[in-house]
Design a protein. Structure first.
Length: 66
Protein backbone atom coordinates (compact mmCIF):
# COMPACT_ATOMS: atom_id res chain seq x y z
CA UNK A 1 0.00 0.00 0.00
CA UNK A 2 2.91 2.32 0.76
CA UNK A 3 4.26 1.85 -2.77
CA UNK A 4 0.82 2.54 -4.28
CA UNK A 5 0.44 5.81 -2.38
CA UNK A 6 3.99 6.83 -3.34
CA UNK A 7 3.32 6.13 -7.02
CA UNK A 8 0.02 8.00 -6.82
CA UNK A 9 1.82 11.00 -5.34
CA UNK A 10 4.40 10.86 -8.11
CA UNK A 11 1.62 10.82 -10.71
CA UNK A 12 0.16 13.97 -9.17
CA UNK A 13 3.58 15.66 -9.25
CA UNK A 14 4.21 14.71 -12.89
CA UNK A 15 0.72 15.74 -13.96
CA UNK A 16 1.08 19.15 -12.26
CA UNK A 17 4.40 20.13 -13.88
CA UNK A 18 2.95 21.33 -17.23
CA UNK A 19 0.28 23.39 -15.45
CA UNK A 20 2.91 25.10 -13.29
CA UNK A 21 5.48 25.72 -16.03
CA UNK A 22 3.20 26.43 -19.02
CA UNK A 23 -0.29 27.48 -17.85
CA UNK A 24 -1.21 29.36 -21.05
CA UNK A 25 -0.17 26.46 -23.27
CA UNK A 26 -2.16 24.05 -21.09
CA UNK A 27 -5.26 26.23 -21.51
CA UNK A 28 -4.85 26.02 -25.29
CA UNK A 29 -4.35 22.24 -25.16
CA UNK A 30 -7.40 21.77 -22.93
CA UNK A 31 -9.51 23.84 -25.34
CA UNK A 32 -8.37 21.58 -28.18
CA UNK A 33 -9.14 18.46 -26.18
CA UNK A 34 -12.63 19.83 -25.47
CA UNK A 35 -13.26 19.97 -29.22
CA UNK A 36 -12.10 16.42 -29.94
CA UNK A 37 -14.72 13.75 -30.61
CA UNK A 38 -15.37 11.27 -27.82
CA UNK A 39 -14.10 8.37 -29.92
CA UNK A 40 -10.70 10.01 -30.40
CA UNK A 41 -10.40 10.68 -26.67
CA UNK A 42 -11.37 7.10 -25.90
CA UNK A 43 -8.80 5.73 -28.37
CA UNK A 44 -6.10 7.97 -26.90
CA UNK A 45 -7.03 6.88 -23.38
CA UNK A 46 -6.97 3.19 -24.33
CA UNK A 47 -3.58 3.64 -25.96
CA UNK A 48 -2.19 5.34 -22.83
CA UNK A 49 -3.71 2.61 -20.67
CA UNK A 50 -2.07 -0.08 -22.80
CA UNK A 51 1.33 1.62 -22.66
CA UNK A 52 1.04 1.97 -18.88
CA UNK A 53 0.11 -1.67 -18.41
CA UNK A 54 2.94 -2.75 -20.71
CA UNK A 55 5.43 -0.68 -18.71
CA UNK A 56 4.14 -2.20 -15.46
CA UNK A 57 4.45 -5.70 -16.90
CA UNK A 58 7.95 -5.12 -18.24
CA UNK A 59 9.08 -3.62 -14.95
CA UNK A 60 7.60 -6.34 -12.74
CA UNK A 61 7.85 -9.53 -14.79
CA UNK A 62 10.99 -9.27 -16.89
CA UNK A 63 14.63 -8.57 -16.20
CA UNK A 64 14.85 -5.79 -18.79
CA UNK A 65 14.75 -3.02 -16.19
CA UNK A 66 16.88 -3.84 -13.13
Amino acid sequence: MKLFVTVLGLVFVLEAIPYVLFPEAMQRWLARIGQMPAGALRATGLFALGVGLLLCYITQRTGLIP
